[in-house]
Design a protein around this ligand. Structure first.
Ligand code: DAH
Length: 340
């Protein structure tokens, strides 16, 4: 029985050429080298039947066949491993030139931005920042501020009462009293915070809004100090081209009292819809602390004097951020808030 080694070589070469993956490679290895029925194993089994004079040649041819098959299988195995590694690398490659996925970042609220600017300006002028409760007794909200019984500001139409004697504070002026009770003059504080009033929301009103209170009590404080401080504040906040105007006014806790306005940022003083034709926009009230108020907290008005002011932070925000409606500040609309 003769074995056609040449055709076995050819057959193997054909079969190995069609191997495409590890699976078919394993099948091919079994088919050729399998211990029981592999084609190469079959040939070896024929060895015993070969005539002794042919045996050496047969053995040589057999070895060549076996090496050929093993080498072919190893080569294809290496090729498949390479291809798989290349595919893995291609699949897992990170394209470092792709832009990253940006995580959405939070923003400071415009009121917070402005409040921090205001605090910075006053801290540079030697003021400290005070905090006070948002729910107050009528003593702090009214009595201590020289707002007498029967004053319209006490009416429940204006003030949000929590109980007979407790109300959501309607002004940050309450913190003046806390500050003066806690500390003796000389005293320079500002107190930014929320206040509450029964207002119907419109472009310039909201039932909850922000004020910043200021208080400076020492020996020899005058109205000129008040004026200089407020002008400097506005200059630092809005720049040199933002004139301020003072006019006489009345508040029970100051004497004399005044209101101050900044020049309208839209029309620059000529009069327009935003400033209702006056050319000026109101920032808040101020004045020299009333002797009654000083006496209430145990400060001698013969020795000490002081000024106080209260600005609407929302009104300042309107100027700072060019808002034509302060309700935008409280609507929690991300399209608005994300601009800051
Ligand atoms: N508290 C006043 C208001 O809410 C504003 C104000 C006026 C504050 C005069 C002051 C002041 O400190 O002296 O309308």
């Amino acid at each position: 029985m003769s074995t056609n080694f040449e055709s076995l070589h050819d057959q193997f070469d054909r079969e190995v050429a069609s191997v495409s993956d590890a699976e078919s490679l394993r099948a091919l290895r079994d088919r050729w080298l399998g211990r029981k029925a592999g084609l190469v194993t079959d040939v070896r089994k024929q060895m015993g039947a070969v005539a002794s004079e042919d045996r050496a040649a047969f053995g040589k041819a057999f070895n060549a066949l076996q090496q050929h098959v093993e080498a072919g299988l190893d080569r294809v195995s290496a090729e498949i491993a390479n291809r798989e590694r290349d595919a893995t690398i291609a699949r897992e490659t990170v394209d470092i030139t792709l832009p990253g996925r940006a995580a959405p970042l939070g923003h400071r609220h415009p009121i917070t931005i402005l409040r921090q600017n205001i605090e910075d300006i006053f801290v540079r002028m030697g003021y400290s920042v005070e905090d006070g409760p948002e729910i107050e007794t009528t003593f702090f909200n009214f009595d201590a501020l020289n707002i007498p019984d029967g004053h319209p500001a006490r009416e429940s139409q204006d003030t949000m009462y929590v109980s007979e004697d407790l109300a959501l504070r309607s002004q940050t002026s309450t913190v003046q009293i806390h500050a003066m009770q806690r500390r003796q003059p000389p005293l320079r504080v500002i107190a930014p915070g929320r206040v509450f009033r029964r207002d119907t929301p419109d472009a310039t009103h909201n039932p909850m809004f922000f004020q910043v209170e200021g208080l400076n009590v020492a020996e020899g404080i005058t109205l000129a100090d008040l004026r200089g401080t407020c002008e400097e504040f506005v200059r630092q906040l809005f720049g040199a081209d933002a004139p301020v105007r003072f006019r006489a006014s009345y508040f029970p806790f100051v004497e004399p009292g005044c209101e101050f306005d900044y020049q309208c940022f839209v029309c620059k003083g000529t009069g327009c819809r935003v400033c209702k034709g006056s050319g000026w926009i109101e920032m808040g009230g101020a004045g020299m602390v009333h002797p009654h108020v000083l006496r209430t907290v145990g400060i001698d008005p013969e020795r000490f004097s002081g000024f106080a002011f209260g600005f609407g932070i929302d009104r300042l925000a309107a100027r700072q951020f060019d808002l034509d409606d302060i309700r935008l500040l409280f609507a929690n609309d991300l399209r608005f808030l994300e601009q800051f």
